[in-house]
Design a protein. Structure first.
Lengths: 429, 143
């Protein structure tokens, strides 16, 4: 595939992203979806340097809890030690590499490698006794036999790791996207939690296409025609068309689109199909939110939804339900996706069910919408094989608006935010 | 029926209070759609729409239509109670589209009930014997 022999870590063709504001044109070269060298460079300059989502605090409610997962292509342990402190370790034995924990989740005082039996406390410290004489007296003075910790920081209940020792602090990296986490935090005074496990699936397309798709306000009516047909029947009343559409450049490549939509929201927008009893409950939730955060903000929290992309690979869609998803390329044309649902801690069984129904109607491998997104991404990816003859994706929509006019959610400005940051980090600027 | 896309006839096999559920791959039989994130948790209304959608050309994931082969074995009648007769079976379903063949394997749990002299499905729960959908990526057909 690579048609140049130039070492990928030193140079990238400057012309992958064309940002021609004067003429209102923005283009991305399709080679960036196919090329192994580009992927290697992304691993080095993006996935090894950006903050990557590892998990939500609610997944580790107690001391000694752990989960294991692949983050940015690396096997990781995300856990709490005996004192309750949070850690992230590479899930690879300092001896000769085997994974020291192979269960998805659990509660454990330590980790023991099954290969030769090296053991570790859950704060990562080496905890094995060997017979005298086989290792030097001062073995592990330098920590060579401890689990390798990875930089871990949190904003609200969201934990991120960074493989770059010199990385800027998470809060400055998240920049204006912190407000998105704040809004989710405002859903309830009790906090939020990850609900009942993750959906793990794959898409046979380049990972960047899912980021574009996740806040693509332009595709909804075409791609999701059958979902909207369903929704019109399901809400039990007229489907109001959106009246609000905001596009937010959240800096550092993060962006969000915000607006209202015809679907119901567990917190807190009622639809007739939920019935009169639920109406009272939803109104009560709304009142509680208003009294806590004020009327104006409650409108944002309750009625408006947001599709947000946190650079490079975290999507937080607070729409008819809340989904968090991350994805990572296993090859230029394949990504692994992991998706979770977020709910309010302590919400009633009926409410939780309604939330999950809302989620499943639209989202996930069996939803009425996500599979059609996947089909679109895979079909685009197949088209890119002809990139030498049809080299450019057009992402110009809305770019030629006069400066005084705000962008709309069905423009493509949010994607341009991603691509500008991608280009900057890849060295194209 | 499913192999031939006779989905209307298939839907007619269900009672009007039926549920059709596909929990996450690897979930056990106690999985509860009010607590756990499933792939599919349809009531009769939503199942009806699922069928309508699958037959709609705008269901892009299934248009042009995939080719399917459903195989069933190890059918066991496990007992009966006031809900109906509990039946389980193993399945292997192949789905081919875009020159890629996806395989799903697992078991179905059915609850069957007689309504107006006809045997109807009151509940179908499909358990996928896998720990992810990394291979298949989606569940856009009836397994
Ligand atoms: S690789 Fe872990 S003990 Fe040898
Ligand atoms: Fe979509």
């Amino acid at each position: 595939m690579p048609d140049s022999l130039v070492s990928p870590s030193k140079t990238m063709e400057a012309s992958y992203v064309v940002d021609d504001r004067e003429n209102g044109l923005f283009r991305v070269n399709r080679k960036v979806f196919l090329d192994e060298d580009v992927l290697n460079l992304e691993r080095e300059r993006i996935f090894s340097r950006c903050w990557l989502f590892i998990g939500h605090a609610s997944e580790l409610p107690d001391p000694n809890d752990f989960v294991t997962r692949n983050v940015g292509g690396k096997e990781m342990i995300f856990n709490r030690d005996r004192k309750g402190n949070f850690h992230a370790f590479l899930n690879t034995c300092p001896h000769r590499g085997a994974m020291v924990e192979r269960q998805e989740s659990g509660n454990s005082l330590g980790f023991k490698c099954f290969y030769h039996g090296w053991a570790f406390n859950n704060n990562g410290n080496y905890a094995t006794r060997h017979e005298k004489g086989v290792y030097p007296e001062d073995f592990n003075q330098d920590g060579c036999a401890n689990l390798v910790p990875v930089k871990l920081e949190q904003y609200r209940d969201f934990f991120f790791v960074n493989f770059d020792e010199a990385a800027e602090p998470l809060e400055s990296y998240l920049a204006d996207s912190k407000q998105i986490f704040d809004i989710i935090g405002d859903h309830s005074p009790n906090g939020m939690e990850v609900v009942g496990g993750a959906q793990k699936y794959s898409i046979r397309a380049n990972w960047k296409l899912l980021m574009e798709n996740s806040y693509d306000g332009y595709h909804a009516l075409d791609t999701h025609e059958t979902y909207f047909k369903y929704l019109t029947e399901a809400i039990g009343g007229p489907a109001e068309m959106p009246t609000v559409t905001n596009v937010m450049d959240l800096k550092n490549g993060h962006a969000s689109i915000e607006g209202d939509a015809p679907w119901g929201r567990p917190v807190a927008k009622w639809i007739p199909a939920w019935g009169e009893k639920a109406k009272a409950e939803v109104e009560e939730i709304r009142r509680e939110v208003e009294s806590r955060v004020g009327k104006e903000r409650a409108e944002r929290v309750c009625r408006l939804g947001r599709n947000t992309g946190i650079f490079p690979n975290l999507v937080i869609n607070d729409i008819m339900a809340i989904t968090i998803r991350t994805f990572y390329p296993v090859a230029p044309g394949v990504m692994n996706v992991t998706a979770w649902a977020l709910g309010v801690k302590g919400e009633s069984r009926e409410f939780r069910k309604r939330r999950l129904d809302n989620f499943l109607e639209f989202l996930g491998p069996g939803g009425f919408a996500t599979p059609d997104d996947v089909e679109a991404l895979e079909s685009a990816h197949r088209g890119y094989a002809a990139y030498q003859l049809a080299p450019w994706n057009d992402i110009s929509r809305g770019l030629s608006r006069p400066e005084s006019e705000p962008f709309k959610a069905d423009d493509e400005e949010q994607m341009r935010c991603f691509w500008r940051e991608w280009d900057r980090r890849m060295g194209g600027e | 029926m499913l192999d031939e896309w006779r989905l209307g006839e298939w839907l007619a096999l269900f009672t009007e209070d039926a549920v059709y559920e596909v929990p996450r791959a690897g979930a056990d039989e106690t999985a509860d759609s009010a607590e756990d994130l499933f792939y599919i948790a349809d009531n009769y209304f939503r199942l009806g729409h699922r069928v309508k959608r699958m037959l709609d050309k705008a269901a892009h994931a299934e248009w042009p239509r995939s080719v399917q082969s459903h195989m069933i074995s190890n059918v066991r009648i496990k007992g009966s109670d006031e809900e109906g007769v509990h039946v389980s079976c193993r399945f292997i379903t192949h789905r081919a589209k875009n020159e890629i063949v996806d395989t799903y394997a697992g078991h179905h749990n059915y609850i069957l009930r007689t309504v107006d002299g006809k045997l109807r499905i009151a509940s179908k729960r499909t358990f996928i014997a896998s720990d992810s959908l990394r291979d298949q990526g989606k569940v856009t057909i009836i397994l």
